[in-house]
Design a protein around this ligand. Structure first.
Ligand SMILES: [Zn+2]
Ligand SMILES: [Zn+2]
Length: 123
């Protein structure tokens, strides 16, 4: 993603779309995916549960992946922030007090939704 885009600092508290009580690992991991003759890298944060395939990346949102497998993007169907002309950003989940909310990953945007309807994703 572009270096000029600043990320929402609250992204640090993002949780897994399935394990909503678990914050995502603070380390970013880079995967190289291959699609036919194409390959592309995605740098994302993953769920702390070792059995879980969920990751979050600000341009692609939540997706499921393991090394060497084709990723499944759009796994969680999380809401999208469409306030930006250059790109639509899939929002991340976090806890705001005791409420699950979805927030835009871009700093200064401020888009935030009640995400209680996404609780059914939780394992
Ligand atoms: Zn998880
Ligand atoms: Zn936004």
């Amino acid at each position: 993603m572009s270096d000029s885009v600043k990320l929402n600092p609250r992204l640090k508290t993002a949780v897994c779309c399935f394990h909503q009580s678990l914050p995502l690992d603070t380390n970013w991991v880079t995967y190289l995916f291959e699609l036919g003759n194409d390959s592309f890298e995605v740098t994302a944060r993953r769920c702390q549960d070792p059995e879980c395939r969920a990751h979050y990346e600000p341009m692609r949102g939540y997706f499921g992946a393991r090394h060497g497998e084709h990723p499944t993007f759009g796994t969680a169907g999380a809401p999208i922030c469409n306030k930006h002309t250059e790109h639509w950003y899939p929002m991340f989940f976090r806890w705001d007090e005791h409420k699950l909310v979805a927030e835009c990953p871009i700093d200064g945007c401020g888009a935030k939704l009640d995400a209680s309807q996404y609780r059914h994703l939780a394992i």
